[in-house]
Design a protein around this ligand. Structure first.
Ligand code: ZN
Ligand code: FE
Length: 256
């Protein structure tokens, strides 16, 4: 089976648009619709017709193009059932454990409450990719708008259990600011220091730091590392429950 073709491109100020193309049946899914114009432009550049929208959560910078793109293309909108009233023109509601076929590629839905109450990740296990919206960022995680720290920590733990080589596509380019915070709480992490340098080099060229692997995040992202002795010592929370340490990291990041 030919591989999926994945195209990522900047949208708005710091969002990413993503198109996933399945070449045999000529299916094309947009992961969220931050802005219809760059999505139309990428579809035209590739010669692809939009057939699906996979919605991660209801925020406007993830659903802004839903109505226009559906009316132009007749595409099918897939969205989390728990946010059904907040996302326009939904065709298919999905929830924890939902699975569907995308031209021979399995798509699995994992609920990830925290950033929003009904946020979902779309995981394609055979393709080794996950579309996580605003749950996990490179060296960061989403703000807690509709969930508390323990809820988000439980969601992130689901991502931590995916195969380490999984390629993660997220909703925003936040890596540079995230790296600065990460270094502030775990300055002795050599892999993190190296990653921060790579991020600086990429951003100096205006290049994307996304996608990234689960493995890299496990070794460098402080929000997946509340068990790090250095982070625990830095926070003065040695031996505290991991969910409590995670919650404190999220609070510190908000104020950073
Ligand atoms: Zn959001
Ligand atoms: Fe967002």
């Amino acid at each position: 089976m030919p591989d999926l073709i994945i195209r990522q491109f900047p949208c708005r100020s710091d969002n990413y648009g993503v198109l996933v193309h399945e070449p045999v049946n000529k299916l094309t899914a947009a992961i969220d619709t931050p802005d219809p114009a760059p999505i139309r432009a990428e579809l035209a550049a590739q010669g692809w017709a939009l057939t699906h929208i996979f919605t991660t959560h209801h925020h406007g910078d993830h659903t802004a193009g839903h109505i226009a793109l559906k009316s132009e293309t007749g595409c099918k909108i897939i969205a989390p059932e728990k946010e059904a009233g907040k996302i326009p023109d939904v065709d298919v509601n999905v929830s924890e454990g939902s699975a569907f076929d995308f031209g021979g590629h399995q798509v699995r839905v994992i609920e990830m409450p925290g950033h929003t109450a009904g946020h979902v990740t779309y995981w394609l296990p055979d393709d080794g990719v996950a579309f996580v919206g605003d749950t996990l960022f490179s060296l960061g995680c989403g703000r807690l708008f509709e969930g508390d720290g323990p809820t988000m920590w439980a969601s992130l733990q689901k991502l931590m259990m995916l195969p380490p080589e999984t390629l993660v596509y997220c909703g925003h380019e936040y890596s540079k600011a995230n790296a600065a915070f990460a270094l502030s709480v775990e300055p002795g992490n050599a892999m993190l220091q190296q990653r921060a340098k790579e991020i600086d080099e990429l951003r100096a060229k205006n290049a994307a730091t996304v996608p990234f692997t689960i493995a890299a995040e496990l070794s460098q992202n402080p929000f997946l590392r509340p068990d790090s002795l250095e982070i625990q010592q830095h926070l003065g929370m040695s031996g505290h429950p991991l969910a409590t340490i995670f919650t404190e990291l999220r609070r510190l990041k908000n104020a950073f």
